[in-house]
Design a protein around this ligand. Structure first.
Ligand code: 13P
Length: 255
């Protein structure tokens, strides 16, 4: 197995798993300990918007924060929306956009592209989620993936494109267990394909250097093999990031 170079970025997407302030604080304290104990990992926590307001302000630790979503609006009469400026002012660094669980609620490629643009305007690093619902024999899923990337990158200025993190999350592999995730080799092929699509938008060798994450049933049992055998720069972790013992085992598996 090849081993990886540089630091692995671990984005902990708590989704709607954490409902109490106590649990949120406990998981934050754990992340602070892990990021110091385990060299070569960067940890970004993505709590609910409400818990971001609790945890992110005044954060001086090495742990960073992401929002699970963001509005495409700016300061306006827009009830219920959380703007990029609001997140930036809380001390949030990243924002997950185009997650399949948001696309399933009707988000279009055009809306996601606008959110990515607004994130960049507000100094947030967008984590653009792409991924197919199923694999088909005609490889239409590769065309879908290309469309998800192209619809965003084509509306960005050349400099903005360099800031976007891409997360490959095959929908069929989300919310299961390590054995259900694609193999490191399969993920490696998808990462290469994503970099090839990105090379149409990024100059020179930038596509090879772009940050590409994998998400979908990442657990302690498969993270090390994927880190070493697929060319990913990190992970977008769901259920295993919202459970203290599973998250500890998962991060420590990278030692
Ligand atoms: P699971 O790790 O629960 O499969 O979720 C992956 C995901 O959707 C992260 O954004």
């Amino acid at each position: 197995m090849n081993w990886y170079y540089g630091a692995m970025l671990i984005v902990a997407n708590w989704k709607a798993y954490v409902e109490t302030r106590e649990e949120a604080k406990k998981l934050f304290a754990l992340a602070k300990r892990l990021v110091v104990a385990v060299r070569r990992v960067k940890i970004v926590l993505a709590p609910s918007a409400a818990h971001l307001g609790l945890l992110a302000p005044g954060n001086r630790s090495k742990v960073m924060f992401a929002s699970q979503d963001m509005s495409d609006t700016t300061v306006s009469a827009a009830t219920g929306e959380v703007t990029g400026g609001t997140l930036h002012n809380l001390g949030v660094d990243y924002v997950i956009l185009g997650h399949s669980e948001r696309r399933a609620r009707g988000e279009s490629d055009a809306l996601i592209a606008e959110k990515v643009r607004r994130a960049l305007v507000n100094g947030l690093t967008p984590i653009l989620c792409v991924g197919e619902r199923a694999r088909d024999e005609d490889a239409q899923y590769l065309i879908l993936l290309k469309q998800q990337i192209t619809s965003v990158f084509s509306v960005l200025a050349p400099k903005e494109r360099l800031e976007v993190v891409v997360a490959y999350e095959p929908v069929w592999a989300i919310g299961k267990h390590a054995g259900d995730a694609p193999s490191p080799q399969d993920i490696g092929e998808m990462v290469l394909y994503i970099r090839k699509v990105l090379s149409e938008f990024l100059p020179g060798k930038s596509a090879a250097k772009a940050t590409v994450l994998y998400g979908g049933s990442v657990e302690a049992g498969n993270i090390r093999a994927i880190a070493g055998g697929s060319g990913v720069d990190g992970f977008l972790v769901g259920h295993a990031s919202a459970d203290a013992s599973q998250f500890t085992a998962l991060v420590k598996a990278l030692i």
